[in-house]
Design a protein around this ligand. Structure first.
Ligand code: NAP
Length: 337
């Protein structure tokens, strides 16, 4: 009998699902059998994995029989409905949606930071929002060295974070502009081509958006600092893949740029491309474009660590990730949460 695990991908036709498939292949994850699921309209569609065709199946009560690991990326509603069914069938669920992230019974994991929180999981493990991951990775070594006191984070988020609809909208509007046509906006709240939109997810009471509060709450949970002061601004930019974040982090003990660079260089999952005198960031992965084309890992790149002039215990930096990669674009679909 073949060795390995039986893996299910729920939301396989989406941006995250397609990227998950590629990563399972690239990393030679020991997949004994693969089951793939999406919405009813995709049932029967052919998905290629390791050169073999796998057909998209319909979700239902029997869907997870025999599945060891179920990777969910079909939106929160689907996770809420089907992840418990997968657990009851004996699978461990890794959920990419926001459905369980803040559930105290569910660990919210960035493996390099809090893998220990996996102990005692009850079948569902949540994955943070993509911008949270980029933000907390370099914060963790800064915190360990100087104890974080306050963080100001401003994101520059690619359209891939909004799924295949987001990628398609930027592509379509760019082509419309190039052809001299009127741009049509179907998915984002405003035109995204040649624009920046400081509005991701819904506006909440207090004026912050859902995306901004995800960053605050999830970073606190992952870093195990429930009272950490975080001031977030999340912005959608006309970049296809890879999110960037400009961060100012104030610590109780000063961490200068040289020490910060050492810490970043030594931390697993971080790549340091900071060498201002050589403009090293330009040649490597510290901007979204090279990040997408060259970096086939999921590492977060850090560039431009510097000391903030005010206050003196602040370290500032620019971090980028190749976390999400462009899926094949597709015409209209409904937004996922
Ligand atoms: N994009 C990112 O970088 C990113 C990062 C972190 C977390 N997430 C989260 O991951 C989830 C998926 O995001 P995405 O960007 O991949 O979205 P997406 O590109 O819009 O894909 C959504 C996927 O869910 C499937 N789906 C939709 N309704 C369904 C239903 N009723 N039953 C079963 N499957 C259904 C879709 O299938 P069809 O093709 O058949 O419609 C598609 O496979 C969301 O919760 C999102 O917040 C996304």
């Amino acid at each position: 009998m073949a060795s390995g695990v039986t893996v299910a991908i729920v939301g396989v036709t989406g941006a995250v699902g397609q990227t998950t498939l590629k990563i399972l292949e690239e990393r030679k994850f020991p997949v004994k059998a693969l089951r793939v699921f999406a919405s009813e309209r995709s049932v029967g569609k052919a998905i290629t994995f390791k050169g073999e065709t796998v057909r998209v199946e319909k979700l239902g009560p029997e869907a997870f029989k025999g599945v060891d690991v179920a990777l969910f990326s079909a939106g929160s509603a689907q996770s809420r409905e089907y992840a418990p069914q997968a657990v009851r069938a004996g699978a461990v669920v890794v959920d990419k949606s926001s459905a369980y992230r803040m559930d105290p019974a569910v660990p919210l994991i960035v493996p390099e930071i809090n893998a220990h929180a996996l102990r005692g999981h009850q079948g569902i493990v949540a994955c943070p929002n993509c911008t949270t991951i980029v933000t907390v990775m370099p914060l963790k070594p800064l915190h360990d060295a100087g104890r974080l006191r306050r963080v100001i984070a401003t994101s520059y988020q690619a359209v891939s974070g909004a799924g295949v609809n987001g990628v398609e909208e930027l592509r379509r509007q760019t082509l419309q502009w190039a052809r001299g046509e009127t741009m049509t906006t179907k998915y984002f709240p405003q035109q995204i081509a040649f624009n920046v939109i400081p509005h991701i997810d819904k506006f909440l009471d207090g004026g912050y958006t859902g995306e901004e509060m995800k960053l605050v709450n999830e970073a606190r949970k992952v870093l195990e600092m429930p009272d950490l002061a975080i001031s977030p601004t999340t912005v959608r930019v006309p970049v296809f893949t890879a999110h960037s974040v400009a961060v100012n982090a104030e610590t109780e003990v000063a961490v200068g740029p040289d020490r910060a660079r050492e810490l970043f260089a030594a931390f697993p999952g971080l790549k340091l491309w900071d060498d201002p005198a050589q403009n090293r960031y330009r040649r490597r992965t510290a901007t979204p474009c090279p990040s997408r084309s060259r970096d086939r890992t999921t590492a977060t790149s850090v560039a431009s660590a510097r000391i903030s002039p005010c206050p003196t215990r602040s370290t500032s930096g620019w971090w980028v990730t190749s976390f999400a990669r462009a899926p094949p674009s597709r015409e209209s679909r409904s937004p996922s949460s």
